[in-house]
Every structure is written in C-alpha cells, then in structure tokens.
Design a protein around this ligand. Sequence first.
Ligand SMILES: Nc1ncnc2c1ncn2[C@@H]1O[C@H](COP(=O)(O)OP(=O)(O)O)[C@@H](O)[C@H]1O
Ligand SMILES: [Mg+2]
Length: 508
Amino acid sequence: MNKKQKELAIEVKGITKSYPGVVANKSVDFTVNKGEIHALVGENGAGKSTLMKILYGIEQADEGEVSVNGNVVEINKVDTAIKLGIGMVHQEFHLVPSFTAAENIGLGEEPRNSNGLINWDKLNKDVSEIAEKYGLDVDPNLRMIDASVGIQQRTEILKTLYRNADILILDEPTAVLTPQETDELFQVIRSLVDEGKTVIFITHKLREVMEISDRVTVMRDGEVQGVSETKKTSVKELANLMVGREVFLQVQKEKSKPTDVVLEVKDLWVHDARGLVAVKGVNFEVAKGEIVGIAGVDGNGQTELVEALAGLRDTSRGEILFEGKNIEKNSPRQRRREGLAHIPEDRSNTGLNVRLAIWENLIGTSYFRSPLSRGGIVSMKNILRHSNELRETFDIRSPGVTIRAGSLSGGNQQKVVVARELSEEPALTIASQPTRGVDIGNIEAIHEQIVEIRDSGKAVLLISAELDEVMSVADRVGVIYEGEFVEWVDPSKVNQEQMGLYMAGIKG
Ligand SMILES: Nc1ncnc2c1ncn2[C@@H]1O[C@H](COP(=O)(O)OP(=O)(O)O)[C@@H](O)[C@H]1O
Ligand SMILES: [Mg+2]
C-alpha cells in the first residue's frame, strides 16, 4: 500500500457539540486522507456545517480532539485554522459586493509597498497566477456585484488559496450552481487535488458524490452513519444511510388524466430587469390533473416567465388566461385569491419573511379567512393549531412554530413556503425550483406532494433547472431556450442526451 495515501490531513475523534435543545455533533469520528476528495453528506440539520465550523475555528467543540497533519491542535479561532492551512468556503458567500475580485481576495492580507501603501500590481499578479494554476477563471478587476454566482464562488476559493490553504472545505458549493457551473467547479476541484491539495466537499446530491469523491462520510442527526470508498458504495446505499430508511429515488405516479385547461398563455412577451426581451412569444396550456414541466438551463427566460404569471413582472405583449379570464392586470394577491399559487425560486427574499415566526409565514396569505379569523378578529388559538398541523403534514423540522423562519435550514424554509402555498389547494400551483438546496429525503416528500396535488385534480406548472427533477415529476415537458420553447416532449419517451441538445437550443 502506498504510504502517502494513508497520511491523514484531518483526524477528528469524539467530537461533541451541543446547541440549546440540539446535539449537533455526537461523538463524531472523521478522517480525511491527504490529497483526497472527501464527500461529507447528510440531510439538512445532520451536523455537517457544525463539524466543519469546528475545524475552521468558528465554533468550539464541547468534547473531542482534532489533529491536522498528524498533530493534535487546538483550533479556537479562524486565524489558527488558516495558519494550519485550512480554508473554508461557506454556503453563504462572505464577499464585499462593491469590491473587485482582487480586492476581496486580498482583503486584510494585501501586499504592501515599502511606503506602506497597497501594492495593487502585485496583488493582481498574485491573484492571476493562482487563478491560472487551478483553472479558476476570474477577472481580478470584476466587481462582485456584477459577477455570477459561479464567479463569486471561484473568488471565495481563490481567497482561501491566496491564504495558502492546503485543505479546502467547500460547504454545499453546488447548491447554488447550474449544471454547467457544477462541471466547471468539478474541474477546479480535480486540479486542486492534482496540485496536492485536499478537498472536503459537502453535498446532499449523491450523484455528485459518485462523480467527484474518493471517499464519503455520511452523517445523520449529528452522528456518523458510515464511511466508505466511493467506488465500493452506491447511490441507493448512501441515500438509505442518509435518510435512515428505504428511499425511492424514482417518483411513484400513475399516468396523468388531464381535464379542463386552467392556464392558457398566448404569444407572451416579457422583458427582463435590464429591459431586454427574455420571453419571446410563448404559447402553452396547463390543464387540471397534469404536471407541466419547463426544462432549461437557468437564465433562458424561466424566471421572467414565472414572474409574469405570478404577477410580479409586467408583460409586454400577449395574454395570460386563468380559468378563461384575462389576469394580466391582476395583482399577485388577486391571482392568489383566484387560485394561482406560486412557490418562488428565491425563498429567502420572495418566499419568506425570515424575520417573522414560522406561523406568521404560514398564514401570511390566509390569516383573514375563517377559522383563522372570525368576524375580523384573528384567532391565535386556531392559527397555532393550523400552523402546527402544517408543520406536521409537511415535516417542517423545528422546535415549534413560534421561532423565526430565518433560523431554519434551507430545506425547512422551503417546506414552510411549500406548506403555505399548497395548504390552500390552489387550482394551479407554479412551483419554481421547488427543491433547490433541499436534501434528498425532503425532495422526495415535495415531489410526492406535487403528484398528490395533481391527483386531486389540480394543475401544476413545474420549472426546474434540475433535468432529473422535471423528467421524473412532470407529465409533459417544454424545453425553453433563449425565451422560446425549442420542443415539447413526453419525458418517458426521450433520453437525456436528446434533452441536452434541446437545452442547448438544437431542435430535433
Ligand atoms: N448557531 C446555532 N445555534 C443553534 N442551533 C444550531 C446552530 N447551528 C446549527 N444548529 C443546529 O444544529 C443542527 C446541525 O446543523 P448544521 O450543522 O448546520 O447541519 P447541516 O450543515 O448538516 O445542515 C441543526 O439542528 C441546527 O438547527
Ligand atoms: Mg450546512
């Protein structure tokens, strides 16, 4: 056996960490070999980020021991972690939007001239050199406010490399990326290990684990459930370990039985925030009893189309007919009252008020109705009962409904939005990226709920950049490219490769 492979970059023994009311890490043992890509997987709330924050000195463990490169260390602040060669890219980026990439990367560590002023030339040169070495394509002069999510992430990675990180922790890096950006990130990760770095890659997407990692550790409820070489395990086995029960990876549903048309879109044109045409004269219908999917790479007009349907963006031409009536002039609230629900892609801004309690978010669109209000008076008792029922039905994991929505994990925040929207049994539900950032057990639950709405005779429009999702959940799928439908397909009769061509705008 190759001795080098056996050297440990990280060895964690018996780490326990409690927060009020929850043990986030329970006697965790965790090892990472030097030079490997180690996937750390688990559902939301499993304790992955906590363990990584302990390694990075953001949190302190109650018990346990950490060794880095064979030496027992005390990491009680981030500076210590950085000195030990550990770098971390968080789920939420920590960049200054008005600063350029180079300014962000150098922040607090800028090279100085002899007169004490920042040596911008050297900083730009250093950044470009590191960027080149690892294939991290970033323009040092680009302001972060103008950068795509993918570029912001690369800037964060460069920031750790600029501080000489040897062990990189990437916390759910692909949750915010498109499939192409994910591919690009994987190339970067591969070049990092080629250059001798060690990468800890957190994800809940098991396909990514299989594609990129050498070994994988699975966590659930704060405990390690298993460790394996990736090639000796399977998606199925990992999914079962993660969720703690048998998971169906395929959505179970009968053939759809569409009836009356609920939504009719005719020659619809919509402009984007910059005034450019984003939706170019699309036509389609959605009927009761069917799930119509819209597939496509992010940024091909999906967002603008959904916003126009939900009443959040003006249309420039065309018609939106809901149950036969023109609704273009109706406010989002009027549309909602008429039976059009919307699960927005951006849950923390549009979907939720993170500063309000879970119950306040759950009833935000229905509190004025009986039995939540009677004779104009709000019944707190009924509201709490109703909220707690939704919390159970939709499996929102929280100590209660009175805590702030913002304190929930991303997946649970999404479940609050889904619960609110679906609890009103709308005639049409527009579900936009309903499982983005949601873990596998909850994805399954959300997909089941979408199929249930369909089976109860309602209509669903599902928009997703996850091809697997649209293909397995929807009954009919339109592929959108540059604001137009390239093709409509029966998902059971078309393969991935053909879909990929449509998504690239190539007609059959
Ligand atoms: N700062 C905190 N205060 C209180 N509870 C926390 C805090 N951070 C995490 N938790 C809780 O610890 C558990 C593990 O969370 P986390 O490590 O973020 O999980 P993961 O990253 O696997 O989704 C969850 O129940 C979460 O709510
Ligand atoms: Mg996390």
